[in-house]
Ligand binder design. Structure first.
Ligand code: COA
Length: 179
């Protein structure tokens, strides 16, 4: 028997506001268990904002298997208070466990990066505890090790403008010490 995999569509959350609570649930099952209900309500408010505004500092992208969200990523103005002088941040990147390693995370991140470029963003930031290699494979560079909310992780960054300039054959300058 031939197994046919359904096509996964990656789209703006603003185009699918009806799945907002489902994408929050995806994140909640990964990171939220044990947190107070107010936190869940806060995540819901932020995601609803992402679905409504789609501004440079509030946007979401969702991977859909039919009508069911199987991955999400958000773009927010800030994330970790230790680096509030940097912005904007990739937040809440998650792919449902049984959909991982199929390129969905890379597609979600690509959609967010294209959106950020269209809004004139030159550099993106992300904090991750365990997905450093994923971001590196997507062209991000480690910037610093940070303890955030008691958890050790890595801040990575990606310069979007240089990516656009280097779409042909060229030699990129090395990342400077003052990012
Ligand atoms: C990190 C995550 C979003 C990646 O999603 P995914 O759909 O599995 O990623 P992709 O299939 O697009 O992988 C792209 C590349 O990254 C690699 N990769 C993905 N996750 C990885 C991981 N956890 N560790 C090492 N490499 C990883 C893949 O092997 C692939 O490499 P390749 O291009 O050489 O084949 C997913 O594993 C996840 O939801 N993890 C739990 C939540 C999390 O940690 N999120 C990050 C918060 S900042």
């Amino acid at each position: 028997m031939i197994k046919v995999r359904a096509m996964i569509v990656v789209d703006s959350l603003a185009t699918h506001p009806d799945v907002t609570s489902q994408v929050v649930d995806l994140a909640w099952y990964e990171w939220g268990i044990g947190l107070p209900d107010e936190e869940y309500q806060c995540w819901l408010r932020l995601a609803a904002e992402d679905a409504r505004l789609n501004s440079t500092f509030s946007a979401g992208f969702v991977a859909l298997d039919g009508n069911v969200p199987v991955g999400v990523v958000q773009l927010h103005e800030s994330d970790i208070k230790e680096m509030n002088d940097r912005s904007p941040w990739v937040c809440g990147m998650i792919v449902k466990p049984d959909y991982r390693s199929r390129g969905i995370g890379r597609r979600l991140l690509g959609a967010l990066e294209s959106f950020a470029i269209s809004k004139g963003v030159e550099r993106l930031w992300v904090f991750t505890e365990s997905a450093t290699t994923f971001y590196e494979k997507c062209g991000w560079l480690p910037y610093a090790h940070v303890i955030h909310d008691g958890e050790s992780g890595t801040v990575l960054t990606k310069q979007l403008e240089s990516q656009r300039r280097c779409s042909g054959i060229c030699v990129c300058p090395p990342p400077s010490g003052t990012l």
